[in-house]
Design a binder for this molecule. Structure first.
Ligand code: NDP
Length: 272
């Protein structure tokens, strides 16, 4: 079984993962490049490893949660002989290509990779909404999922090791798009003398709740715009918001998402 877990990386996220696993009664060994970050976790029963090799050897399962792909390579390189025949779960964010190349590199040493993407922030790790995307061999996922379930609901997205990163990044793009929109919305309200808190609570929140399922369902790779959303009407609406934004003196770079939508409507119009 994979009940003994070693965690490489005690940044904000690594510490949150360790905390949730300790809470669930897992046997946890910790390693961090800079020592001294394991304090509170050691007091709760975790063991601090003296080296990466020590950490890797202590766990049935090694979880890496470091800054980026380069730090994962750098950290694992000296411990590869020890990691041979074992499993690495990489919860470090990176690109699709990096995940695929990491899987190939590890495979040459006989290390199985389950690639992950954490759909949570440190305070929500281990809470109801948190979920973790995993990609890699299905049987590996089936063995690892129950062991790591305390950090967030495990969700397998395919054999391709790059898919966890792919879906993670794509979902973040959706989030940043919403963030750009909400930032622009409050800038506009503030610039024209509206009350931002009231606007958020009484207008923005219920409006976005109403539109979120429609936006997600309607997201499309084609340039087509459904008949009920006349692109000429939408282009005019977007031009109005952009003019209003300019009149309010809101910096133009906050309105990039509006221009992206406007270009899309103009392309849809040109294609009709
Ligand atoms: P932090 O910046 O808090 O921690 C970074 C960690 O990486 C530290 O443990 C640091 O060690 C270590 N590190 C950096 N460079 C190296 C290196 N060259 N060799 C060894 N260790 C290194 O980041 P987080 O903990 O927040 O994030 C970790 C991962 O989790 C990232 O990939 C992030 O994208 C992902 N993630 C984070 C989320 C968040 O909201 N925080 C949400 C979802 C995913 P040291 O203490 O020695 O500097």
């Amino acid at each position: 079984s994979h009940e003994r877990i070693s965690i490489l990386g005690l940044g904000a996220m690594g510490r949150a993962l360790a905390s949730a696993l300790l809470e669930a009664g897992r046997e946890v060994t910790l390693w961090n490049r800079t020592p001294g970050k394991a304090g509170g976790l050691v007091a709760r029963g975790a063991r601090e490893a003296s080296s990466v090799e020590d950490a890797v050897g202590a766990g049935d399962l090694t979880v890496a949660c470091l800054l980026d792909d380069a730090s994962v390579r750098e950290t694992l390189a000296p411990a590869m002989p020890k990691l041979a025949g074992r499993t690495l779960v990489n919860l470090t964010s990176g690109s699709v290509r990096q995940a695929r190349e990491l899987a190939g590199w590890l495979e040459r040493y006989g290390v199985s990779l389950l690639a992950g993407g954490i759909m949570a922030v440190p305070p929500t790790v281990g809470t109801g909404g948190a979920f973790i995307l995993y990609s890699g061999a299905r049987d590996l996922f089936d063995r690892v999922a129950p062991v790591l379930a305390p950090i967030g609901r495990p969700h397998w997205v395919g054999e391709d090791p790059g898919f966890a990163a792919l879906y993670d990044m794509a979902a973040l793009s959706g989030m940043y798009g919403m963030g750009a929109g909400t930032d622009h919305a409050v800038a506009l309200v503030h610039a024209e003398g509206g009350d931002v808190d009231t606007f958020k609570r009484e207008v923005l929140q219920p409006w976005m709740e109403q539109m979120l399922p429609i936006m997600v369902a309607g997201a499309d790779v084609s340039e087509s715009v459904p008949d009920e959303y006349n692109p000429a009407m939408q282009a005019t609406g977007l031009e109005n918001i952009l003019s209003a934004s300019g009149e309010a003196g809101v910096p133009a770079d906050l309105a990039g998402h509006l221009r992206a939508s406007l270009w899309r409507m103009r392309r849809a119009l040109a294609a009709r």
